[in-house]
Design a protein around this ligand. Sequence first.
Ligand code: BGC
Length: 805
Amino acid sequence: MEKWFRLKHHPMLPEGENGMPATCSKKHAELSREVAEEGLVLLKNNNNILPLKKGTRVALFGRAGVQYLKGGWGSGNVRVDYVYNLTDSLLEKQEEGFLSLYDPVRKHYAERVERYPGFLDWEELIPGPDKEYEVEISNDLVAQAATECDVAILFFSRASGENSDRFTEPGDGDFYLSPNEEKLVKAVTEKFEHSIVILNTCSLMDMTWCADNDKIEGILQAWNGGAYGALAIGDLLCGKICPSGKLTDTIAYTYDDYPSSESYNLDADEAEYWEDIFVGYRYFETIPGAAEKVAYPFGFGLSYTNFTSTYEAEEKDGIIIVKATVKNIGDMSGKEVIQVYATAPKGEIDKPAVELRGYAKTKLLAPEEECILTITFKVDEMASYDEARAAYVLESGDYIITAGNNIRNREQVLIYNLHETRITQQLTNYCKPHKLSKRLTSNGEYIACETEENPPKPDISEWSKNKPKNLVENSNYLVAAGFYRDPYWKENFADLLGHDIRTDMRTQGSYEGRYILKQVANGEVSMEDFMAQLSLTDLITLVGGTFAAGCAAKCSGVGNLPYFDIPAAQCADGPAGLRIQDYPTTAFPSSTMQACTWNLDLITRVGEAGAKEVKEHNLAVWLAPSMNIHRNPKCGRNFEYYSEDPLVSGRSAVAFVNGCQSLGIATSIKHLCCNNKELNRYEMDSILSERALREIYLKGFEIAVKEANPWTIMTCYNRVNGWFLTENRDVLTGIIREEWGYDGLIISDWGCRGEPFLEMLAGNNVHMPFSNPDHLCHALQEGYITREDLERNVRYLLEFLIKLP
Ligand code: BGC
């Protein structure tokens, strides 16, 4: 097919099997269900309550049994035609003869709540203390059910999404149970001998009411499982599948147990990351007294079968190699995850007690079957960042390598001794905090953090007051769309732009007398010669996004200068499947659930499947995966993110990006970085040490960039250490371009508040969805930026477009 044919002609060519569409295909539905099956995490299974014995009589309590939540709102939302709920799933199991579902309780909920439609607006979902979603049920009905059933299932759901954080006040029906939910738990556990809790939740919840409650024998963390997630739950309950998901977060008992809870919401304008590098298990496994706050440790998840693992490990040429022989010694087929951790020696640099360094999942092992997993990582990956030396340093001493199936169940497999301390990477100090009142150390004490004042920013308040007259109401929008706008430029910036004003953006049907971008792609014309013919107005047009007329996702894109045959590459969300407002697509389980599979092949297949749907809609960039760190359960977007651990985030993103980009669809790893809070997300400042920034919040992105080369990166709304990240030259140019060698396109998040000319200097190449041409012209006029600055940014865009098929 001719280059950019899809982008230009929107042919709607099917990408599925036998000439059929891939979007919403059976194959994608099956994949979505498979991810849900492997991402379910069985947390508790006392007395082997699960799988349910054949013929069990079940009562399903909670309105969520009707209103299953497939995902959250915002970028992670996907329109579908139908979402299976748990009632559907249990009725299916009834038909298959596995169990019977108690009808009076089913009817009670069916008569009082409506099944959710395939697409929900966030207003309908947002929980909180002023809302009570749970439906009341009489004690008599519960008592009657208890006499006629064997097992009660308590099913609760939670959703969250962009632009708001979760509630974390007792009784709020969000992080905590609502009053009606509490009543329900009490009534059911008093009457039933056997109860199971299933959590259809975006992120973590309070566990004080269920983890150690003997009356609750089973707990299944079921996340938001996409359109088929509820069917996967039914399969797991009946033992049709064997649970193999493991937590990618530590679940503490309650909200205050998480180390970041103290500082998370002190101030709407900023968040100081006092816990420093001690995020998630790095806190719970290191800090004195923290271990007992854990209800379920990182990497944990039960199975219906049992495995033994034996290990052989060695160091060879700077690589640690761990070979695990895993054998299924139970009586059901299942999969196991092996996790390899390292404990670095104590030295001058403070360190967490243990860090994940690699992992792998077995294939489905039949009883008595075994397989060998090989997990490798570089010795240098065990280095710590030392701010004083601006370097990653590997300190001398014994590195204890351990392996197991969760962080609390490990055995030593190797001691690697390093004789001499060495620097593994000499870097430069970047992005130091301008203030940070304290930082946590491994002995549980806080110390002061070195700070550095930010350089002053140019004062542009005068121009902002004297905005140039706009010829049309919404000129930015028109300019950004690459429309003809000669009079606009002439009237406002004639002196500055002079002959550099393009008189007509249209091609008039011929490209005579000028180069077109395809000639650069073919190697006929150099990029320099091509760029030399672009006017200032062309450059200004290209550093803003472009309108999405006629595009399925209505999300805007980049590029679009017909005069030089520069195509528009349109974008669409998001991490749980292609999000198109008006059309159904395949809804996959949330990113957290994808990561909880610990199955990278499966995530690669999600990347491929989504890419096919993106392609069918003639879009070019899939605004996924989202990969911020789970700093705190309050963050409204945690479900869009993978883990508290940067290695899991990075590896999951690599798998997703590789799958997607293998089909010529660009990914946009987002939101770089420290977008860990939604309250005041457009303005708030994440304040943290350089070490925490590098080792925790940037590390996953670094892994994704170095191992999968995503064609675009999306920056975040928030500030980091005082600067909007989009204006942060230290991070964008210093770290990402110069240290990591990233050569793809950096775009902003939609409608970010950064100042476009500062973004040009910092290296945020395109301001989405549209830029601010007035400000860019002013900045040129005042000498804050030059044509070269614009060219530098546009070049990344053009090189990106050339990569597209
Ligand atoms: C979100 C991004 C998303 C973009 C485009 C923003 O509000 O933060 O994740 O990709 O909108 O929809």
